[in-house]
Design a protein around this ligand. Sequence first.
Ligand code: 13P
Ligand code: SF4
Length: 323
Amino acid sequence: MFTITPTQPNITLPKLPYDLFAAIQSLKQELNAVILAHYYQDPDIQDIADYIGDSLELSRKAANTKADVIVFAGVHFMAETAKILNPHKLVLLPDLNAGCSLADSCPPDAFGAFKAAHPDHLVISYINCTAAIKAMSDIICTSSNSVKIINQIPKDRPIIFGPDRNLGRYVSQQTGRDMVLWQGACIVHENFSEKKIVQLQIAHPEAEIIAHPECEAPVLRHANYIGSTTALLKYSQSSLSQSFIVATEPGIIHQMQKQCPEKQFIPAPPTNNCACNECPHMRLNTLEKLYLAMKNRTPEITLPADIQAAALLPIQRMLEMSV
Ligand code: 13P
Ligand code: SF4
């Protein structure tokens, strides 16, 4: 004989409307809100969003929106970027714990010391970093504009690139620039198994491998095409191939399949025994949390004023250098 005790007896679950999609649409009107979503979000969130995009496109949308409230369905550094660009607007993130392993791999104190050890270097930081790191940077970049931005830097100017060592190495190869790399990485993209990808390609010889530059070099070596999430989506539409092995977070497959229902998209396998490579941070956001964030106008992104102000210029430089 045993009794079952609830693990959290004092928690009352919030009441949710029957039709969440309709309730979110009506809150959007009420708040004059825009919903921006990254491709790694749950399909439901992608389907209700006003705009879906890669980090650069979402930053551009955030910079140009006329909405009073920005609901950012993505991770913390993305919502922070929207806040830096819109200091007077309310920026909501459905789950404040939606962080990023790559951003976490670059603590401001250690990065400050790294920067001080290379005083003559220009600091170019991948957007997947905290606002504090952005504030220490000269220019921000994303996976879709990093090559373009680095090609605009005078050849005799040494560069620090952080925090992603894989994107840094890839950009270095593409531009011929020898950069000092911060050794950070994304847990999702570093988890793809080269061996299993090769086995998958043997089983699907007609499939093209498409990969995000955050993947490790041995995986990228097998790729027929490398690009940001939006670039991968566009390539999957324009390529004559009917089948693709997709080496990035599998949320993007929702859009790929929507655009090309007749094509086959196979998620690249990770090294562990899990069936997929979902980002545990991105997937903290749910449609329910998005509804509650809009209804309660919280959780809100707030930043220390000095960091918010200092992080703006490097983001603006990025937007100007990538037109
Ligand atoms: P992009 O969508 O800009 O390619 O970035 C991918 C990513 O890792 C976002 O966290
Ligand atoms: Fe960060 Fe990687 Fe998740 Fe993107 S996929 S949010 S880089 S942990």
